[in-house]
Design a protein around this ligand. Structure first.
Ligand code: DGT
Ligand code: CA
Ligand code: CA
Ligand code: ZN
Length: 573
């Protein structure tokens, strides 16, 4: 593709910016700005004019010198003068001028006075309140620079999988109603069940006369159409989430699905195996020379490179290719393997539903059991239970269990692990329970050594069953606390304790790699929703996705056990 007028204009305006920052003569600076404007608004391609040897110096504001530079850009794609300038003055300064309120004069001042050359340094300077003291700036400008910077950062944020799901589901329903639609799937990190997604990659097969791209651009939740074509369109939704739609040919659908499911690292590894076997693999199919030899299904793609089908959650190039080669891929845990939920709250503390409502909702999901694990007294904000209120709840559960057929409410607690490693309730009452989830809620900022010691100490208590949300992280909001999980997992295995994979979509605590670590160490995980309402019992699926990304099989998961087997595993020696 020949160079566009906009590209030439961009080069000239960069030259003007850098000249101005250097303090060059104002007339020179203006000459480049004018040239940028002239070329940017030409009715014809400057590249074509150069090709036809037309005299560009006849254009308004373009002299012989600039005409020569246009020809240079058209022929080489770049301008020596700009490269020289960029050697003298940081090129990143140009990016700073996109921040509203900052023109070349101000960027020049920030550069010369404070040595600011990029966004990061600009942010640091604003945070240290240094900008307000530069001539021509003030407190207000400093504040608005900070606001501008954080707005841009938010635009680059990844979205938790559940939020992506809430955007994707109605959009898919809407697109399904387009003319001539055959298949429609969300690929990318979404299909791999990654805990956060950068954007949505929707794949479609359809008849020739389909209006799917028109409908997509017209979707009411669209903020901006970035590009629109017959095989690929991109929009940004009002929430800021970007969505790509690609129309794939039916014959190569499997290859396209494979390519756009990723991950990129997995694709590269598969493609390399293709090369070794003299196949070319891309998003359109598997080719030998020019001939398409496979690609209708993903299975076909894998078969051509000598591998069995690999589940999307495993496709991260973290050993799945090698495992597939040895035919030792895990048989991943599925939602239907789950027999119950081991972490849920009721109205007695900070839940929204009653004991009975929670039990009935869990039964309706097809479960055999639900552990009710309200908070302990330390968590005053959630009206945590003391011994006597817990004793009351135990009786209430006994009465409820008599009414329920083929279902068991387990007596439980989410008991706080105090800073010294003791538990927030005495053994006398803990021993009356079926299951104890033990969690850190306070003093999260201890050193790694102290935090690890605290939890190890707690696990010595014979009533410690499951370590709740083991790192305490909240995605995008709170960092995990410092803790040596490997040591904790090893000790848990020795003591007959378990770790939780908290399925709450903002927690997903443990991460996928932690899950894999647990499997390798040989400690079982409880996948639990930490439900605070009947609806959130359905968060189980996010936990399952994360567990699958961590290679877990049904046997690695505590709550795939029947009630009888579970009770045995919860009894420590
Ligand atoms: P995200 O959106 O950041 O959460 O992650 P993905 O995995 O959805 O990445 P995205 O949306 O950039 O691209 C979707 C898939 O397309 C990606 O998983 C693999 C494939 N893909 C994208 N770029 C490349 C590439 O340069 N090479 C290869 N082999 N595959 C690519
Ligand atoms: Ca994506
Ligand atoms: Ca994408
Ligand atoms: Zn908790």
């Amino acid at each position: 593709m020949p160079i566009q007028n906009a590209d030439i204009a961009e080069i000239f305006s960069r030259v003007a910016n850098l000249l101005e920052i250097e303090g060059a003569n104002q007339f020179r600076v203006r000459a480049y700005r004018n040239a940028a404007r002239t070329v940017g608004s030409l009715p014809r391609n400057a590249a074509d004019m150069v090709e036809a040897e037309e005299d560009l110096s006849k254009l308004p504001g373009i002299g012989k010198d600039l005409a020569g530079k246009i020809a240079e850009i058209v022929k080489t794609g770049s301008l020596d003068q700009l490269e020289e300038l960029e050697e003298r003055t940081p090129a990143e300064l140009n990016e700073l001028m996109n921040i509203s309120g900052l023109g070349p004069k101000r960027v020049s001042a920030l550069y010369h006075e404070l040595g600011v050359t990029n966004r990061k340094e600009l942010k640091a300077a604003a945070e240290k309140e240094k900008i307000r003291d530069v001539e021509g700036f003030g407190k207000k400008t400093e504040q608005s620079i900070l606001e501008e910077l954080s707005k841009k950062e938010e635009g680059e944020k990844r979205v938790p999988l559940m939020q992506a799901e809430q955007r994707a589901a109605p959009l898919i329903d809407y697109l399904k109603n387009s003319k001539g639609i055959k298949k429609i799937t969300v690929a990318g990190s979404y299909r791999r069940c990654k805990e956060t997604v950068g954007d949505l990659d929707i794949l479609v097969t359809c008849k020739k006369d389909s209006n799917v791209m028109d409908r997509f651009a017209d979707y009411e939740d669209v903020e901006k159409v970035v590009s629109k074509g017959s095989t690929r369109s991109t929009v940004v939704l009002k929430s800021g989430l970007q969505v790509d739609v690609r129309v794939l040919p039916q014959v190569g659908y499997g290859a396209g699905l494979h390519y756009f499911t990723g991950s990129k690292a997995h694709n590269i590894a598969v493609r390399k195996r293709g090369v070794d076997r003299k196949f070319k693999i891309n998003e359109y199919g598997v080719f030998k020379g020019k001939e398409r030899v496979a690609g209708k299904t993903e299975e076909e793609v894998y078969e051509k490179v000598g591998l069995p089908y690999i589940e999307p959650e495993l496709r991260e190039d973290r050993g799945e290719i090698e495992a597939a080669e040895k035919d030792s891929l895990p048989n991943l845990v599925r939602q239907k393997d789950i027999r119950g939920d081991l972490h849920a709250h009721t109205k007695a503390t900070d839940g929204q539903a009653s004991l009975e409502e929670m039990a009935k909702a869990a039964k309706k999901l097809g479960y055999d059991y639900l552990a009710v694990t309200d908070h302990s007294k330390k968590v005053t904000m959630a009206k945590g239970l003391n011994e006597s209120r817990l004793a009351d709840q135990i009786e209430e559960i006994d009465r409820l269990n008599e009414k329920l057929d083929d279902f068991r409410v387990l007596k439980g607690i989410e008991v706080d692990i105090l800073e010294d490693g003791s538990l927030d309730l005495p053994d006398d009452i803990l021993k009356e329970l079926d299951v104890r989830v033990c969690s850190v809620h306070y003093s999260q900022n201890l050193s790694r050594k102290k935090q690890t010691k605290r939890v190890l100490k707690a696990m010595e208590n014979p009533y410690f069953n499951i370590l709740g949300h083991p790192t305490g992280r909240i995605i995008g909001q709170r960092e995990p606390y410092e803790i040596d999980l490997e040591e904790i997992m090893k000790q848990a295995r020795e003591n007959g304790c378990f770790l939780e994979l908290n399925a709450e979509p903002d927690r997903l605590d443990l991460t996928d790699t932690h899950c894999k670590m647990a499997k390798e160490i040989g400690v079982k995980l409880a996948i639990s929703t930490d439900a605070h309402s009947t609806a959130s019992l359905e968060f189980m699926r996010f936990g399952i996705g994360q567990a699958r990304r961590g290679w877990l099989e049904a046997d690695d998961v505590l709550n795939t056990r029947s009630l009888g087997d579970l009770m045995k595993l919860l009894k420590r020696a």
